[in-house]
Design a protein around this ligand. Structure first.
Ligand SMILES: Cc1cc2nc3c(=O)[nH]c(=O)nc-3n(C[C@H](O)[C@H](O)[C@H](O)COP(=O)(O)OP(=O)(O)OC[C@H]3O[C@@H](n4cnc5c(N)ncnc54)[C@H](O)[C@@H]3O)c2cc1C
Length: 400
């Protein structure tokens, strides 16, 4: 039997497992191919929904489903988490101590938002990156916030969903406007970048909107620590920003299993070929989504398109082919700009994001995606995704 083991049952890992289960349904039934998905527990979170929990008061339970209900027949689910991968021996050891041998392994272990990586951050701030429970604490804090300075801060990069801090600032502005208390709240946006968004073309659109909505930009602020008692966030240069409410994007790192397996960089991101998604020096191993060190958006769309590319490559490899699919770097991150408008940040490795005006249609598309997400990671809506994204990966012959 040829066995593929996928680590991480999030957006990328779940889709990949389902695509392989569909592709190899006969071989799986015959016992010629095995697809095993190693996750942590049985909860699957639709992470973009954290913003709705934090700023619209959605029920945290509404963004979570059972992973087992999302998997196609033929996927063997393991819920105890992976402790370590021995890439030489090709064996995964689970946290429970079981050994799972494989022919191909795929790391889809995501990124961890970890406030513990910055002194004072855990005590002094709230965030919507760790999960829906933490996001719900923002909604609770907003209910009692009568006035003062609300700060949205990017403490370090990279982090999941680059537009999400901008969205948080716009959604805060909208929240206070709808409450009728906007006049008594100062909103500050603290960022290490020189502008509101890393890509200049997008920033050119965001900057005037910040000015119009009265969101004050604090650029070039490389956060160092938070003094929770004094309610101040400090930069490495010793500057500080006072706050009454601090909503901070925590520093992110790769999953612990990456470090334990000795393949990540200092922060636990996995070096891969940015087109084939193969782990450097390990042609039988792949990494997709947030787990990699590729300098593009850590986003669900990227994880989705890379999962499709790797599913294509594995289908060829398991059947003895000599080709591999190459992902073209397509990104597509929606950014809500408040008051029912959104824009998309989209590009590829070869084309920078375009300047785009926020529209109601983009907002509707973003909102609607929440309901089709669960189907997309089961392989549904692929015709729509293909029509929208075009060819995002193509097979290429491997060098001899
Ligand atoms: C607030 C917010 C808003 C966002 N908005 C958008 C958006 O609008 N559009 C968009 O495209 N993306 C958005 N994203 C980003 C998107 O959710 C992630 O980029 C996407 O989920 C990445 O998919 P992934 O499969 O790489 O990782 P994840 O979906 O995070 O999955 C990783 C999985 O690996 C598991 N894991 C970790 N370690 C182990 C281990 N040792 N053993 C087994 N399993 C392990 C984790 O439990 C997790 O389930 C947003 C994220 C946040 C936080």
């Amino acid at each position: 039997m040829k066995k593929v083991v996928i680590l991480g049952a999030g957006s990328g890992g779940t889709l990949l497992a389902n695509l392989l289960a569909h592709e190899f349904r006969r071989e799986i039934e015959d016992g010629a191919v095995g697809v095993q998905l190693v996750g942590e527990g049985d909860d699957h979170v639709f992470q973009p929904g954290n913003l709705d929990v934090a700023f619209r008061g959605s029920d945290p339970a509404s963004v979570v489903r059972r992973e087992s209900s999302l998997l196609k027949k033929g996927v063997l689910q393991v819920t105890e988490g992976a402790a370590k991968v021995d890439l030489e021996q090709r064996v995964v050891t689970t946290r429970g101590g079981s050994k799972i041998p494989y022919d191909h392994v795929v790391f889809a272990t995501g990124a961890v938002a970890d406030p513990g990586l910055m002194p004072g951050l855990r005590e002094g701030s709230l965030n919507f990156h760790e999960g829906p429970a933490e996001a719900a604490r923002i909604w609770a804090a907003l209910q009692g916030f009568e006035g003062g300075t609300a700060v949205v801060a990017i403490t370090r990069v990279p982090h999941k969903c680059p537009p999400s801090p901008n969205e948080a600032a716009f959604m805060l502005d909208e929240f206070f406007r709808r409450r009728g208390t906007r006049g008594s709240v100062k909103i500050k946006f603290v960022t290490p970048y020189p502008r509101p968004y890393p890509a200049e073309q997008v920033s050119d659109v965001i900057q005037p909107l910040f000015e119009k909505r009265g969101i004050e930009l604090v650029p070039f602020f490389a956060a160092d620590h938070v003094d929770a008692k004094a309610k101040k966030i400090y930069s490495m240069e010793g500057e500080s920003v006072d706050y009454d409410l601090l909503i901070a994007v925590p520093p992110h790192r790769g999953a612990e299993v990456v470090r334990a397996s000795g393949i990540g960089d200092e922060e636990g991101w996995i070096p891969v070929d940015s087109r084939t998604m193969k782990v450097r020096d390990h042609p039988e191993a792949y990494a997709i989504g947030d787990a990699t060190s590729i300098p593009i958006s850590k986003s669900g769309v990227v994880a989705h398109l890379q999962a499709e590319a790797v599913a294509g490559s594995l289908a060829l490899e398991l059947r003895g082919g000599r080709e591999v699919f190459e992902y073209n770097g397509r990104i597509n991150c929606p950014m809500e700009t408040g008051l029912r408008r959104a824009l998309f940040v989209s590009g590829t490795y070869d084309s920078a994001p375009r300047r785009e005006r926020p529209t109601l249609l983009r907002y509707a598309m973003k909102r609607e995606f929440a309901s089709i997400y669960w189907s997309t990671i089961q392989g549904g809506w692929s015709w729509l995704m293909d029509a929208y994204f075009g060819e995002t990966s193509e097979p290429h012959e491997l060098p001899a």
